[in-house]
Structures are given as structure tokens and as C-alpha cells.
Design a protein around this ligand. Structure first.
Ligand code: GSH
Length: 420
């Protein structure tokens, strides 16, 4: 008998089992025609999950409810699954972080989310909201501190703890944690976006859209009948603002909207063909200065493109080499959306920590494209300076960065990555 997972679409709790299955080579089937708040209220379903909650996994030996328990079960279907670490202490730490993800992160998010609802006649109280946010920030501070020196929660690869943590954070990012909030926790940011871009995770979750705003404070109290009979008291705009957010926004699939054209596509055509430059860069194996660098300046169109230096604002935090390199790798992954309009070089500089991270970027247009600033949180972790190409010193700096010249500013390079 197949393993059947009951869930509505986009349920971050169900993602835990689905991602675990991807990592473990286990096949899960999704229950057909499952309808949240209909299928889970039937007597048969309540036998599997006493509160009618999803996800539920039906196995040949009976059903399992509670998403963490399901994920554990799926992981254990694979003998010696690396998702459970390679020693007793790693196993214990994986369990420890799974509990932390549930009792601190998930519970903290639920507390915050509940505080901005008004239940029955209980009044909305901003001090309760502040209290909930402060407790949650304390939990995130602890997670952030751990991730300052660790790419993953336990060991050097993804474990079940990362899967559970990422799914819980994903719910928060989708419905309540705005960029202004999460940027206070740069290591959590790096970790989360790195995790959701892992192929096995991305396959299940898809593209995560971070919420742009906190949900509006809402009343769950039904208006008395006579109030409902006075429509003119409720302006249409207010109805929209007060509309209760869905149980979890991430659960509902949005109707596809027509994609607006990128403003960069509306710029006057440029004589510089970005792909030609990228090809020249990739294909030049010898005489790099004479061929690639010269070719770059021959092609460069200062009206259609601009060059930018960037420098990481928090270099003092770059104390662990692999964490620093992963951070830069994550940044380049997240720049994927800019591939048509950008080329970049990122250097990790120095022999000893703290390492410096500096980069050079070529962007279509005269400014850093707004959609990149909006979509890629890393942008604000860097100081950006437009290159003045009439200044020979700056031009030479551009050349050195394109070429990965060593020593760079008198120091060896720990790593050089290219975005093309
Ligand atoms: N602790 C449970 C939480 C399950 C839960 O709250 N499920 C929600 C959806 S995320 C549910 O089934 N709600 C019932 C409904 O909306 O009808 C778990 O991790 O599985």
C-alpha cells in the first residue's frame, strides 16, 4: 500500500514530510480530491486525526498525524538516513532544534499572529502584540547567533532539523515576517534563503514570496445582524482592509496574474549584448587581460549599462571561511532573477578572518534595478558605489575584479565567484 499524505495545497506543515521524502528517496502520494474544511471533517478522517487537522499520513500500519511525527517516520524509512546525523549526539541535537523550531519559532509566530486578532469581545491590545514580538525576537536572536557560525543547524549538511525549521520559518515569511523585520537577523536570512533554494526543498515549496506587509488587525467577532443590515457604514475599502487573512495565506494558490514587463526591457536598445560578454568571459582561458578585459571595454556601453562596486557592511562577522563563502553563494543564487540584466564578480578576500567580501556588478540601466533591490534582501547588506569609468584607478580596480587578480588589495583571495 502506498503512503498517502492528506493535506490542502501549500501547507507548510505538509512540506516537512514532502521535503523529507525528496531527501530520502521515499515516494509519497497526495490524497486525491482532498478539500480542506470538508474532507477533514468527515467521521473517517476524524478517526485518523482526532482534531481533524492536516497533514495526516496513511501508512500500511495505520495513520499518523502531527507534521513532525510524520516527517520523522518518513526519514526513518531510509536506513541510516543522514537526515538524522551520524552519531547519537547529532541525533539529539537534531531533535533539540526540531523542538526549538516548534516550541519557539512556530509557537512564537502563532502567538504574534494571534495577538493581532481580536477574539470575541476581547479588545486588541498593542502591548500584547509588542510582548509577543519581543518573545519571538528573543527566539530569533538565539537562532541567529547559532547560525553566525554554522551553515546548517547540525553538522555540515541538511538534516531533519533544517527541514522542520525551514518549513516553520516559511510560514512566518509568507504571512507575518516582513523584510524590515527579518533583516534584523542576517544569519537567519542567509540560512532561510539558502535552504529554500536547495533543489529538494525548492521542488516542494516553489518560490517563496516574503510578505510585504503585516496582516491587518482583524476582528473575528461576527457583527450583529442589525449592524450587518447597514451596509453604508462599511466602506468597501474598509471591508478589504479588515478582511480576515486566510488560515495561512501560503495555503491558498493565487490566481495567475499577467506578468508586467520589466522596465529594463523598455530601455533604448544597447549596443552591448550581455550574453556576448558572458560568453567571452567564460571562453577566455589564456591572455585574460588582452582578450577578455580588452573585449569588455570594447563592448561596454556606458549609456545602456552601469558598473557598481559593492562591499559587505558587516565584514567583522565573516569569521568562518565556509560560512562566508556560503553566504556569497546564497547571494548569487538569489540573484538568479537578474540573470538577463546583470553580470557580477564576488571576491572573498584575506588569508585570516575576518574576511572581506567585495564585488563588482554590471547592471542594465544607470541605476541598480529596483526589482533586484526589492526581491533580493542581500542588496542592503552591501554598500554600493557607482564606478566612475573616467577614473583610471577605478577602471583598473574593475579589471582586477573581473580577472580575480591576486594579490587583491595586497591580500590573497579565499574565493572568487562569478554571476553570469
Ligand atoms: N501541530 C499540527 C498542526 C496542524 C494544523 O494546525 N493544521 C491546520 C492547517 S495548517 C488544520 O488542519 N486546520 C484545520 C482546518 O483548517 O480545517 C501539525 O504540525 O501537524
Amino acid at each position: 500500500m502506498a503512503l498517502v499524505l492528506y493535506t490542502g495545497p501549500g501547507n507548510t506543515n505538509a512540506f516537512k514530510a514532502l521535503i523529507t521524502a525528496e531527501y530520502s528517496g521515499v515516494k509519497l502520494e497526495l490524497a486525491k480530491d482532498f478539500q480542506l474544511r470538508v474532507s477533514n471533517n468527515t467521521p473517517e478522517f476524524l478517526k485518523m486525526s482526532p482534531l481533524g487537522r492536516v497533514p495526516v499520513l496513511e501508512t500500511p500500519d495505520g495513520a499518523i498525524f502531527e507534521s513532525n511525527a510524520i516527517a520523522r517516520y518518513v526519514a526513518k524509512l531510509k536506513a541510516d538516513n543522514p537526515l538524522y546525523g551520524s552519531s547519537l549526539i547529532e541525533y539529539a541535537r537534531i531533535e533539540q532544534w526540531m523542538d526549538f523550531a516548534t516550541t519557539e519559532i512556530y509557537a512564537g509566530l502563532v502567538r504574534w499572529r494571534s495577538a493581532i486578532r481580536r477574539f470575541g469581545d476581547i479588545c486588541y491590545d498593542p502591548t500584547i502584540v509588542e510582548f509577543a514580538i519581543n518573545i519571538f525576537k528573543g527566539s530569533l536572536d538565539a537562532l541567529n547567533a547559532h547560525l553566525a557560525n554554522n551553515t546548517y543547524l547540525v553538522g555540515h549538511s541538511v538534516t531533519l532539523a533544517d527541514i522542520v525549521m525551514t518549513c516553520n520559518l516559511c510560514w512566518g515569511y509568507s504571512c507575518i515576517m516582513t523584510k524590515a523585520f527579518t533583516s534584523e537577523f542576517p544569519h537567519v536570512e542567509r540560512y532561510f534563503w539558502t535552504m529554500v533554494n536547495q533543489p529538494n526543498v525548492k521542488k516542494v515549496i516553489g518560490k517563496v514570496k516574503q510578505t510585504k506587509a503585516l496582516p491587518a488587525v482583524q476582528s473575528l467577532r461576527k457583527a450583529p445582524a442589525k449592524e450587518q443590515a447597514k451596509p453604508k457604514e462599511v466602506k468597501p475599502k474598509e471591508v478589504k482592509k479588515e478582511a480576515p487573512p486566510k488560515a495561512a495565506e501560503v495555503e491558498e494558490e493565487e490566481a495567475p496574474k499577467p506578468k508586467p514587463k520589466n522596465p529594463l526591457d523598455l530601455l533604448s536598445p544597447s549596443k552591448m549584448i550581455l550574453d556576448e560578454w558572458k560568453r567571452l568571459y567564460s571562453n577566455t582561458k589564456t591572455n585574460f587581460r588582452e582578450v577578455a578585459i580588452k573585449g569588455f571595454w570594447d563592448m561596454y556601453d556606458p549609456e545602456g549599462y552601469s558598473l557598481w562596486f559593492c562591499e559587505y557592511k558587516y565584514n567583522e562577522e565573516n569569521t568562518v571561511s565556509f560560512v562566508t563563502m556560503n553566504k556569497v553563494g546564497g547571494f548569487l543564487q538569489r540573484m538568479d532573477l537578474a540573470r538577463k540584466y546583470a553580470f557580477g564578480k564576488m571576491l572573498v578576500i584575506g588569508q585570516n578572518p575576518p574576511f572581506k567580501v567585495k564585488g563588482l556588478w554590471l547592471f542594465r540601466g544607470q541605476e541598480i534595478p529596483q526589482f533586484i533591490i526589492d526581491e533580493c534582501y542581500d542588496m542592503e547588506l552591501y554598500e554600493w558605489t557607482k564606478v566612475d569609468i573616467s577614473d583610471e584607478v577605478q577602471k583598473e580596480h574593475v579589471n582586477a575584479m573581473i580577472e580575480d587578480q591576486e594579490p587583491f588589495e595586497g591580500e590573497p583571495l579565499l574565493d572568487a565567484k562569478c554571476f553570469k
